[in-house]
Ligand binder design. Structure first.
Ligand SMILES: [Zn+2]
Length: 217
């Protein structure tokens, strides 16, 4: 290999720096921002875990969704985006992810609650459900509860159920007159718990039952 000229060396250094920064901002997210955690989840482990949840939810809800994280800064949040059949996207804020990850193992049930709620929204759009506003949100809560109730193994069910209930309670709001009202803390928790308890139903039944349940809350 010939010695590099100055401008070539600078270009190479910048290229390496760019690649390093890119990797740090994505895959190393958890380790970078949680230095005070005793046993941080390694970044590849976290990425693998998120990928596994993504595939599990796609299979379960029978939807084709691209999942990614984004920089939600000071406004922790997650969204479902949908423009046409088969073009669903779920984006999960990095701040929200970290907020739950620092709670340890139990925080994962909260992450699943949020993810399943968003995947529920994609299923609603795919099926053209006739609900809106608060009822639409409560139906997504029901579907999230249904997912957790159906997917979690027996030994972890009770713990997961409690964490999920507390998470949905926290998601609630009292802005009843606002178009952005998603349901009160009590409503969101109760609807998610109802979904959790319906693991005997198939997805078809649960979807319709949940729609009626949310509509008449
Ligand atoms: Zn929602």
């Amino acid at each position: 290999m010939k010695p590099l000229k100055n401008h070539q060396a600078i270009f190479l250094a910048l290229l390496l720096l760019t690649v390093t920064i890119h990797l740090a901002s994505g895959q190393d997210l958890y380790r970078r921002r949680s230095g005070n955690i005793a046993a941080p989840v390694s970044a590849p482990h976290l990425q693998n875990w998120l990928n596994a949840q993504e595939h599990s939810m796609e299979d379960f809800f029978e939807v084709d969704v691209s999942f990614s994280t984004f920089d939600d800064g000071q406004n922790p949040n997650a969204y479902a985006l949908w423009t046409e059949p088969g073009d669903g996207k779920v984006v999960f804020g990095e701040s929200l992810l970290l907020h739950y990850l620092i709670e340890g193992e139990s925080g994962k049930w909260s992450i699943l609650s949020v993810m399943a709620h968003e995947y529920g929204h994609i299923l609603q759009r795919e099926r053209g459900i006739e609900l809106e506003g608060r009822a639409l949100e409560l139906h997504a809560d029901f579907l999230a509860g249904y997912y957790l109730g159906k997917m979690l193994p027996g030994s972890l069910r009770e713990q997961a159920r409690s964490v999920m209930a507390a998470s949905f309670f926290d998601f609630g709001d009292y802005w009843r007159s606002s178009p952005g009202h998603h349901g009160t803390p009590q409503e969101r928790m109760l609807v998610a718990l109802e979904g959790f308890s319906r693991s005997n139903m198939c997805l078809e039944e649960a979807f319709d039952f949940g729609a009626d349940f949310a509509r008449y809350r």
